[in-house]
Design a protein around this ligand. Structure first.
Ligand SMILES: [Zn+2]
Length: 370
């Protein structure tokens, strides 16, 4: 079996299941990590009850694994057992207070639903009025001088991919998900060390988070900037350089459309965005008014960012482009996606393995934001 087929099967979970069927004890009877992997797989297949069973064994075996507790929380959530889910996510947080995803889950699930407002047959509903107020407020802020000196106070840094979703893979086997985590962690530390910005990571380890949840985390924390870090790949091994993207309905060119298609491809594994009565309606109406403004603001931020970024960055600048990136789509703040270098370019791939080089890239992104 060649590597491509192997990775493909691994991504689909087919290999893990078939090997598990042959040697159940060899693969899954041994460590908490193996049980965690099996639990993650069951969650992806929607087999939540089985996942709970396996993950309970995993946390009993290794009570220090925030990853396993986070998965247990997701499995309980899938079963609709909110109390148990909150408990598991809280445990994950106790072990790793930086686990933003578990924190968000706890906050979301313990939040009381907003009571439904009575419907009125008027030209303007209270919700629409609220949405218009919000629009005026945001427009006012964007138009004022304040926006020129827009101070970023909360940044959510998203390491692209994770878990079963490796992202792009280089010739020597370097995985995009590992490089993005290295870069995101470095950027997070620099932002925090600067002292003027509060930074949050969407993931702190090698696990998968649905695309829609990544921006939902940023929305929940009322972040001022969302930055998703990725590494590009192309069949043309010579392709190189770094690009800054922002979200738009239409791609700015064919290459941008191709990149977005790749980054969105994992979407088929995501659960559909869950609608909650009396909650989503306000969200949707506000969002309808705001989305375009945020995208416009993202475009101008991307431009200013790339101007600074390109003078600093140890890669050739490929400029700013836009496309429909699902991970950015629902952000209620300026949001950008970086493609820093090409993992498919052997020269870039070997650089991306060097801690000193990753430091340089993180420094450039940090200065771009600052
Ligand atoms: Zn990616």
């Amino acid at each position: 079996m060649d590597r491509r087929t192997f990775l493909h099967l691994l991504g689909k979970g087919a290999l893990v299941s078939s090997v598990a069927g042959l040697f159940p004890d060899l693969l899954f009877g041994q460590s908490a990590f193996d049980l965690g992997l099996q639990g993650q797989e069951l969650i992806q297949n929607g087999e939540y009850a089985k996942a709970v069973e396996v993950l309970q064994k995993a946390v009993a075996m290794d009570p220090s694994s925030d990853w396993a507790y986070g998965l247990l929380g997701r499995a309980y959530r899938g079963l609709g057992k909110t109390a148990e889910a909150v408990d598991a996510f809280r445990q994950a947080l106790r072990i790793n207070p930086e686990d933003t995803y578990s924190r968000w889950m706890v906050e979301m699930m313990t939040q009381k639903p907003i009571p439904k407002l009575p419907k009125k047959e008027k030209p303007r509903s209270p919700l629409e009025l609220q949405a218009e107020e919000e629009e005026k407020r945001v427009l006012g802020r964007l138009a004022s001088k304040e926006s020129l000196e827009y101070q970023v106070k909360r940044v959510v840094v998203d390491a692209g991919h994770g878990g079963f979703d490796s992202g792009a893979v280089g010739l020597s086997g370097l995985k995009e998900k590992d490089v993005t985590l290295e870069l995101a962690t470095r950027l997070h530390r620099r932002l925090e060390a600067g002292g003027r910005v509060k930074s949050f990571l969407t993931r702190t380890g090698d696990y998968y988070i649905p695309l829609s949840d990544r921006t939902a985390v940023a929305n929940q924390y009322q972040a001022d900037l969302f930055i998703s870090i990725h590494i590009n790949a192309n069949e043309n091994r010579k392709a190189n350089g770094s690009e800054t993207y922002y979200c738009a309905e239409k791609a700015s060119n064919q290459e941008a459309a191709r990149v977005a298609e790749f980054e969105n491809s994992v979407l088929k594994f995501d659960e559909e965005f869950k609608k909650e009565e009396g909650f989503i309606s306000i969200e949707e109406i506000l969002f309808h008014f705001e989305q375009r403004m945020y995208w416009k603001e993202s475009g101008s931020f991307a431009g200013r960012f790339q101007e600074k970024f390109k003078t600093d960055l140890p890669f050739r600048s490929r400029g700013v482009n836009s496309a429909n990136f699902f991970v950015l789509r629902r952000a209620k703040m300026p949001s950008i996606l970086l493609e820093t270098g090409f993992i498919s370019n052997p020269e870039d791939e070997s650089k991306l393995k060097t801690p000193a080089f990753l430091d340089r890239v993180a420094d450039s992104v940090f200065r771009g934001i600052a």
